[in-house]
Write a protein that binds this ligand. Structure first.
Ligand SMILES: [Zn+2]
Ligand SMILES: [Zn+2]
Length: 339
């Protein structure tokens, strides 16, 4: 934040000093022209990469919650009774990656696995990476990424829960969402119940999770158009943008509480609350489709955040404070159930 502001300040000062250099002949015309072009280019780049916010006025993201709700309730079976979470690791990421225009401070993030509990089965959503991949993630120190803690015990609990689960889902194919499957000692057993879409299987960023080649080669992915009901109360919704295989996951519990897992469309709730897209530099680093993200953020803002009639709970993958709030009000459990 401070570095970015300093760059902008130096650019502006240099730009105007170079202009003033012409009437007072402090600089040659060539030097003045060169300095003016360089400083204005740097100024423009700083604006384009860090400041520019691409949020449309009207969203074209085609998500019809009523259709999703009808699908979720179309199977005559038991609905899930609980939603639990388990924090596998924590860290910190810089404000300028998360939000165009930055924020007053960096963001504390969690890498979390979720457990959907039915009377007779469980479904796991998100399987964060193991310690080896987590340490690799923490090595991007130059970008301002900081590691904080990796909870080995919770990773082991997640592995056990994966073995016991009926199905395993991820919002998208990034290593911090499926590395726990790729690096599992039980990978072959887990892949039999893991539901990856064809876009997730073939997405180029899945390689960072280090799946054994032969495991992915023989894996038959799920194909669906816009919506797919996986289990009573649980519907998958296509939402490419953060990655080509990104999807939302809608969940309805038997007590009527509804959740929408949005993956990394918003790294932090601030993206939705303040209608701020990820920075363009962040999009470039993660190969994101910023246009799609802008439409999805606009949709979440208009239809959920600013809609007093809508009671569905947004669940991001990494917003630690928001997850702790859900723990605090008892909406999401902070441990996994043992089956
Ligand atoms: Zn991601
Ligand atoms: Zn993520």
């Amino acid at each position: 934040m401070r570095l970015r502001k300093s760059i902008r300040f130096i650019c502006i000062i240099t730009f105007f000093l170079a202009l003033l250099g012409i009437p007072f002949s402090y600089l040659s015309l060539e030097t003045t022209a060169l300095v003016t072009v360089l400083s204005s280019t740097l100024w423009f780049l700083e604006y384009f990469l860090f400041e520019r916010n691409t949020i449309p006025k009207v969203s074209n993201f085609a998500l019809d919650l009523e259709v999703v709700r009808n699908l979720a309730t179309s199977k005559e079976d038991q609905f899930p009774t609980h939603l639990n979470s388990l924090i596998i690791a924590e860290g910190e990421i810089p404000d300028w990656i998360v939000v165009a225009g930055g924020a007053p401070q960096n963001f504390q993030i969690s890498f979390t696995s979720f457990q959907v509990v039915y009377r007779d089965k469980t479904i796991i959503i998100e399987c964060p990476f193991n310690k080896v991949l987590y340490d690799k993630f923490c090595r991007f120190k130059l970008l301002g990424i900081k590691g904080k803690a990796f909870y080995e015990r919770n990773f082991d609990i997640m592995q056990k829960a994966l073995l016991e689960a009926d199905s395993i889902l991820v919002t998208h194919e990034h290593w911090d969402h499926l590395g726990g499957i790729a690096q599992s000692p039980h990978i072959n057993e887990l892949m039999r119940k893991t539901v990856l879409t064809s876009e997730q299987k073939s997405g180029h960023t899945i390689k960072m999770a280090n799946f054994p080649k032969e495991v992915l080669d023989k894996y038959i992915p799920l194909e669906y158009e816009s919506y797919h009901i996986l289990s009573p109360g649980l519907v998958l919704i296509k939402a490419p943008g953060h990655s080509c295989g990104s999807q939302l996951i809608y969940l309805q519990l038997s007590n009527g509480e509804e959740f929408l897992f949005i993956g990394d469309i918003a790294w932090n709730l601030i993206n939705i609350q303040r209608l701020k897209n990820h920075s363009r530099i962040g999009m470039l680093l993660r190969y994101e489709n910023g246009r799609n993200l802008g439409h999805q953020l606009r949709w979440l803002f208009d239809n959920i955040w600013r809609n007093p009639k809508e009671k569905i709970h947004i669940v991001t993958s990494h917003d630690l404070k928001h997850l702790e709030y859900y723990h605090h009000i008892g909406l999401i459990g902070d441990q996994f159930h043992k089956m």
